[in-house]
Design a protein around this ligand. Structure first.
Ligand SMILES: Cc1cc2nc3c(=O)[nH]c(=O)nc-3n(C[C@H](O)[C@H](O)[C@H](O)COP(=O)(O)OP(=O)(O)OC[C@H]3O[C@@H](n4cnc5c(N)ncnc54)[C@H](O)[C@@H]3O)c2cc1C
Length: 268
């Protein structure tokens, strides 16, 4: 199928882009998810606003304890080391395993988060890293912790008159330990269960379980999981399974993903 007809607008400044969105236009970034939605006619917007030429839409800047990543920064740029330091090493390893390079050349971190596919990689990883989503609306910027950004399946905390303009990630120390496991049948397929664990000295370790047909489940203090993954992983999975009626094989994958993410974090 081909998309229904739509108007295409390429604004050069944010106020114009925000005005169009407030009037009901659909934002477009890398179009790696929007394109299929249009082709299948699951989305039939009257107007698409191409965000890619807005000032500061992509690129990295460091501010104090955080790194600000423009929402339009591609997975490929992150894979190639655009984000500095230990945070950048972790993010590059995640980006490298998103789809294939042609998808990564166009797909953006902001588009991925705003799309809020439960199986999306950044949807799982950004809450684990302690990231903050930066929304821009008529009243200026609004900071939304990534743990609260995805509110449902394909649903976010963005207002109808807001755009995601950036994502801020903390500068992690070199000692930060990270574990990430996702179950995909083959590269480029969406995950059937994803788990991430971040352990930073002097802070409680954080764990995230995702890609289970629900928003990610964030465990802010995962000390018990790191101490005894065999006992704790089933408890965490049971919590999310209550919400989503997971089949037995998905529960098993989720438990294993958690245990492998812990093993990677402890061993890394
Ligand atoms: C073959 C294939 C395999 C893939 N495999 C994976 C995978 O393994 N893991 C993974 O995580 N992803 C995967 N993806 C998805 C890919 O990562 C996309 O890049 C991502 O989901 C969407 O980013 P985008 O920039 O293309 O956004 P778009 O497709 O342009 O937009 C997606 C949605 O977000 C909205 N949007 C975009 N930008 C903004 C913004 N700044 N503010 C507000 N709303 C916005 C749009 O209106 C739309 O609703 C795959 C895609 C393909 C085609």
């Amino acid at each position: 199928m081909k998309p229904a007809a739509f108007a295409y607008v390429r604004p050069k400044d944010w106020p114009r882009a925000l005005q169009l969105v407030a009037e009901g236009a659909r934002a477009g970034a890398g179009t790696q998810s929007l394109g299929p939605l249009l082709n299948l006619r699951l989305a039939q917007p009257g107007t698409i606003v191409d965000l890619r030429h807005l000032p500061g839409f992509s690129g990295i800047s460091q501010r104090g304890g955080g790194v600000r990543i423009g929402a339009g920064t591609t997975h490929a740029a992150i894979e190639d080391g655009a984000v500095p330091g230990r945070t950048g090493e972790i993010m590059a390893a995640v980006a490298r395993r998103i789809a294939y390079r042609p998808v990564r050349n166009r797909g953006t971190i902001g588009g991925s988060l705003a799309h809020a596919d439960p199986a999306g990689d950044w949807v799982a990883v950004l809450p684990a890293l302690g990231a903050t989503a930066i929304a821009l609306g008529p009243g200026g910027e609004r900071r939304i912790p990534a743990v609260r950004f995805v509110s449902g399946i394909f649903e976010t905390a963005l207002g109808a008159d807001e755009l995601l303009c950036a994502i801020e990630v903390p500068v992690l120390p070199a000692e930060a330990r990270w574990g990430h496991w996702k179950f995909c049948r083959k590269p480029g397929e969406f995950s059937k269960a994803t788990a991430c664990v971040l352990s930073v000295p002097a802070h409680p370790p954080r764990a995230v379980l995702a890609a289970l047909d629900a928003p990610p489940l964030v465990v802010e203090d995962a000390s018990a999981l790191l101490a005894d993954p065999a006992t704790e992983a089933p408890h965490i999975v049971a919590h999310i399974a209550e919400l989503t009626e997971l089949t037995d094989w998905r529960r098993a994958l989720a438990e294993t993903a958690l245990r492998r993410a812990v093993a990677a974090a402890v061993g890394s």
